[in-house]
Design a protein around this ligand. Sequence first.
Ligand SMILES: [Zn+2]
Length: 264
Amino acid sequence: MPHSEIFWLCTAFLVGTAVGSLLNVVVFRLPVMVRGENPELTLWSPRSRCPHCHRTIRLLHLIPIFGYLTLRGRCAFCNVPISLQYPLLELTAGLLAVGAAASADSLPQAGAYAILGWGLLALALIDWQTQLLPDLLVYPLLWLGLLVNTYELFAPLHEAVIGAVAGYLSLWLLNHLFYSFRKEAGMGYGDFKMFAVCGAWLGWMILPWVALGASILTLLLWLSRRAWGRAQRTLPFGPALALSLFGFLIWRDSARSLVGWPGL
Ligand SMILES: [Zn+2]
């Protein structure tokens, strides 16, 4: 592998872990902000604190992954274990950036892969933990999908626009039909917007496949939780939609050759 490529991938990893560090803040604070539980909390202030002893974390310990390792996974002040979620999210964001840099054909495409991957990662985690899909993350991904497709990066623009509208309306309609029979909501408005994001990035024709992929993932998750004897709860649809969208974005060519559906 040429030195320039190694340098490029290492840079991507470092940038990715730094973004992962920001995503940790977003995943932790955004649901609190959306629910209005702490009016003084923003994404930028106050500085990061230990959730147990509330002491401000030193800058050295905020360095992605490295900070966690030097602290051996415990708070420097109160010695309470730090959630493994922090370094894992930073590592995943770093690996996402490396994957995007290695597989994309151009810098804009690598940037698009990485930004979508980071956004979906944060949304999936937030939805899993709080059953929320904040507009502050969903809408930028929706606009970005339409924007990148003005250059037909993943789909022709007219298919992306129709995809965004069809994505939202199809789940909205399905949910209203479900409600008229069961008198309870099967999905939230965040899910409709997430499906609109899928349409904006990949075009309307791929939507049934993304929905099928997400449904299979949710079913597998539900069955595995049941098999392991975990307490059943209403599973959020957002994480499965995020995974399905990203999977189809990456492996669209392989899926197309496998099933030959025109939408792929
Ligand atoms: Zn502490």
